[in-house]
Design a binder for this molecule. Structure first.
Ligand SMILES: Nc1ncnc2c1ncn2[C@@H]1O[C@H](COP(=O)(O)OP(=O)(O)OP(=O)(O)O)[C@@H](O)[C@H]1O
Ligand SMILES: [Mg+2]
Length: 387
């Protein structure tokens, strides 16, 4: 879709982000971001202490109900708005303390921003719209700017329309041009607030593919979307409810919870780490926690009568265990231990877990379905061994 995009011109690489080390440092770091709006009716806190790290090459979908704070959060990353408290680092740049002049210079060089309503300047041709960010930041020579703008228009299949005004093309075409404009200065990061929100599904798909292609080329894309089908195709989702982020593993493991329940569960999660081979749950012991794997692999093992354990199952990130003991209030029916590498989990205590099941009927049914399935697997494993 984006043709053979982004042969990155290192000579023109924006200075501010040049010293990204090994890609393991987050490219965007949000630290305890709070945002409160003052109004005559009183203070209204939209973001309640957001922490998140994004890494180079990730495609992050920001999702949540209308009014949950998605645009507010995005605007903290672009510097369009400032947090009331907390820190935003993009690379090593503390965005929250830049003054207006520094901010627009930095933004022009490092971010490509795409909005729901395109926001092309109506008096400028498409070509001129794309040249504008390069003019503004003084990147490239005037001649290179024109060539580059044409190349970008070609990239989004709009080169035939270079000298038209935005009003002469369709909304979908305008969004393609807006994407070309976002790429003008070859920024490492693209931030888009509902870029497909105003497009029909076919055009939305083609625009989404452009973002996918940018990610393939190593760019980091943060995209707000209401489209749940598109949200399933990103590499990572950030779910916001009432100004708080839900743990992404809770979202994955318990998708039937409401957004509010996900956030409530997130507040009560505790992280744990296990060494390779370490026992997490011992067969026959009481179980007190519900675990969601966030990293590594666990083995589920059953005791052979008088003999060694036999591994009946393996589970990885996004899967959960420990639910049978809590749901059925009984001792562990199997041993769970870390596989060959360290395992990280987030865990909920019995009361918090049972509370979730009592408030979310669909989650209770989903968990009970898993319990039934696992009992069945264990019976079969037992039968295989004995038979
Ligand atoms: N400048 C402002 N002053 C006061 N309240 C604001 C301001 N901007 C946003 N809000 C409020 O903050 C809350 C979050 O708004 P935000 O635009 O971030 O939501 P959103 O998740 O992007 O919603 P949508 O999906 O509708 O775009 C809303 O209740 C909104 O009314
Ligand atoms: Mg919004």
């Amino acid at each position: 879709m984006l043709k053979s995009l982004f042969k990155r011109n290192h000579a023109s690489m924006p200075a501010a982000l040049e010293d990204f080390s090994d890609g393991r440092e987050p490219i965007i770091r949000l630290r305890d971001i709070k945002k409160t709006y003052q109004s005559v009716a009183g203070d209204f806190t939209v973001l309640k202490g957001i922490d998140a790290d994004f890494y180079q090459g990730e495609f992050i979908g920001v999702i949540g109900k209308s009014g949950s704070g998605k645009s507010t959060l995005i605007n903290m990353m672009t510097g369009i708005d400032r947090p009331s408290a907390g820190e935003v680092y993009v690379g090593k740049v503390p965005v929250h303390v830049l003054n207006e002049g520094e901010m627009s210079e930095w933004r022009g060089r490092n971010l490509g921003i795409v909005f729901q309503f395109f926001q092309l300047l109506p008096m400028l041709t498409l070509l001129e719209n794309i040249m504008l960010p390069m003019d503004f930041c003084g990147l490239y020579t005037p001649r290179q700017r024109r060539e580059r703008a044409l190349m970008l228009l070609n990239l989004v299949d709009m080169d035939d329309h270079a000298n038209k005004l935005p009003s002469a093309i369709s909304g979908g075409q305008q969004q393609r041009v807006a994407i070309a404009r976002a790429l003008a200065n070859d920024p490492p990061i693209i931030i888009a607030d509902e870029p497909t929100g105003n497009l029909d599904s076919k055009t939305a798909e083609s625009v989404f593919r452009m973002f996918e292609e940018m990610v393939t080329q190593g760019k980091t894309v943060v995209m707000v979307t209401h489209d749940s089908a598109l949200a399933r195709r990103v590499t990572r989702t950030l779910l916001i409810a009432d100004g708080e982020i839900a743990n992404e593993w809770v979202v994955k493991a318990l998708p039937t919870l409401s957004h509010q329940e996900m956030v409530a569960a997130t507040r009560r999660l505790k992280p744990h780490r296990f060494k390779p081979g370490e026992t997490i749950i011992q067969q026959g012991q009481p179980g007190d926690l519900f675990y969601i794997i966030t990293r590594g692999m666990v083995e589920i093992a059953l005791k052979r009568p008088g003999g060694q354990d036999v591994v009946v199952n393996r589970m990885t990130a996004g899967q959960y265990f420990g639910e049978i003991e809590l749901v059925e209030n009984q001792r562990a029916i199997a041993t769970v231990r870390a596989g060959n590498s360290p395992v990280e989990v987030v865990a909920l205590e019995r009361a918090a877990f049972l509370e979730l099941l009592s408030t979310s009927e669909s989650t209770r049914q989903a968990v009970e379905g898993i319990v039934t399935q696992r009992h069945g697997e264990n019976v079969r494993a037992q039968a295989d061994r004995e038979g």
